[in-house]
Ligand binder design. Structure first.
Ligand SMILES: [Zn+2]
Length: 108
């Protein structure tokens, strides 16, 4: 379990699988962790994948700019809130058993 202090928010994040490693996290993911902590509220966020595992070619996972989280209880509402908090530079995708969040800045 990782205890992280972000913008005054103390958050416990459970690492879902043995292979999950946060050591190379891209700075853009700090905003994701903060947003997830706020949106999940009292529920414990669980990261299920970072850049480990098998992802599609060109996936932001390989650049440490995407995270997967186990679905929270009300995942449809959570996904909407995440999109509002993160803005258009981030993509929030419901993928069956997890929420995929990636940093994907859009050109103006
Ligand atoms: Zn993913």
């Amino acid at each position: 379990m990782l205890r992280s202090l972000l913008s005054g928010i103390v958050m416990l994040i459970k690492i879902g699988c043995g292979g999950v490693n946060l050591g190379k996290l891209h700075p853009s993911m700090q905003k994701v962790l903060s947003a997830v902590a706020l949106v999940w509220g009292s529920e414990e966020p669980v990261i299920t994948s970072t850049w480990d595992g098998t992802h599609s070619p060109g996936s932001w996972h390989q650049f440490c700019m995407a995270l997967d989280f186990r679905l929270p209880n009300n995942h449809l509402v959570a996904a909407q809130k995440l999109m509002q908090k993160l803005g258009t530079d981030y993509d929030v995708v419901l993928e069956g058993d997890h929420i995929h969040i990636e940093y994907d800045p859009k050109e103006d």
